[in-house]
Design a protein around this ligand. Structure first.
Ligand code: 13P
Length: 248
């Protein structure tokens, strides 16, 4: 990998306060960069303060799973970018397929969230991905292009290429059916091709059933700079193994 590898653990809506503290403790204690891999965990918002406290002085970074597009005000239940910054988040996921599918987030809302995050100094991890039906209909590239273009229209190409993009095919998320390295590479090369002149520096992740068993083959691909890991990030050992594979 020519770019600094990035491994992000998306804990989704799992765990308890105590299990989150235990998990991040295990990650922080066992993660020694010794090299150049960057490792980030994204716990549920309510555990950010506890997780941040454990991460003080460690090399593991903190991210959130979602952010409001609004700065402040009467938006019950939302959490703003500046609130996340206050809890030492450096990254935030935007446009995760579960947000799009379960909560009806549109690409234009995702773009607003992207801008709100970057405006407060967070690095957005823009998640894009096609459904199985879209892939079968040979619309995968078109769908990804639409999801990227929606952000470019609002934020501009430079803003997108200074963020992180994660390709997570919906059919590979939580299913155990990982995209083949060739499929992932093909899409990430396509994404990189749309990022303009700074594209070579932009980190692109693959997500969807990444495990310690399949990570090595994925990371061998030229345009895969790391992973967005769901289920396997809930076990410190698995997650650390994936970080270690990215290192070597
Ligand atoms: P899994 O690794 O559990 O498939 O989840 C992927 C994901 O959605 C990460 O954001």
């Amino acid at each position: 990998m020519i770019r600094r590898p990035l491994i992000v653990g998306n804990w989704k809506m799992n765990g308890s306060r105590s299990s989150s503290i235990e998990l991040v403790g295990d990650v922080a204690n066992n993660f020694s960069t010794g090299g150049h891999v960057e490792c980030v965990v994204c716990p549920p918002d309510v555990f950010l303060a506890d997780v941040a406290a454990v991460l003080v002085g460690s090399d593991v970074g903190l991210g959130a799973q979602n952010v409001s597009q609004y700065e402040k005000g009467a938006y019950t239940g939302d959490v703003s970018a500046s609130m996340l910054v206050e809890f030492t988040c450096a990254y935030v996921l935007v446009g995760h397929s579960e947000r799009r599918a379960c909560f009806g987030e549109t690409s234009s809302q995702v773009a607003e969230k992207f801008v709100a995050a970057q405006g407060k100094g967070l690095t957005p991890i823009l998640c894009v991905g096609e459904t199985l039906a879209e892939r079968k209909a040979e619309r995968a590239f078109e769908v990804i292009a639409e999801q990227l273009d929606a952000v470019v229209e609002v934020a501009g190409l430079n803003a997108l290429s200074s963020a992180v993009v994660a390709y997570e095919p919906v059919w590979a998320i939580g299913t155990g059916e990982v995209a083949s390295p060739a499929q992932a590479q093909e899409m990430l090369a396509f994404i990189r091709g749309r990022l303009g002149e700074k594209a070579d520096a932009t980190r692109l992740l693959y997500g969807g059933s990444v495990s310690a068993e399949n990570a090595a083959q994925l990371f061998e691909q030229q345009d895969i700079d790391g992973a967005l890991v769901g289920g396997a990030s809930l076990q410190a050992e698995q997650f650390m193994a994936i970080c270690q594979i990215a290192e070597t």
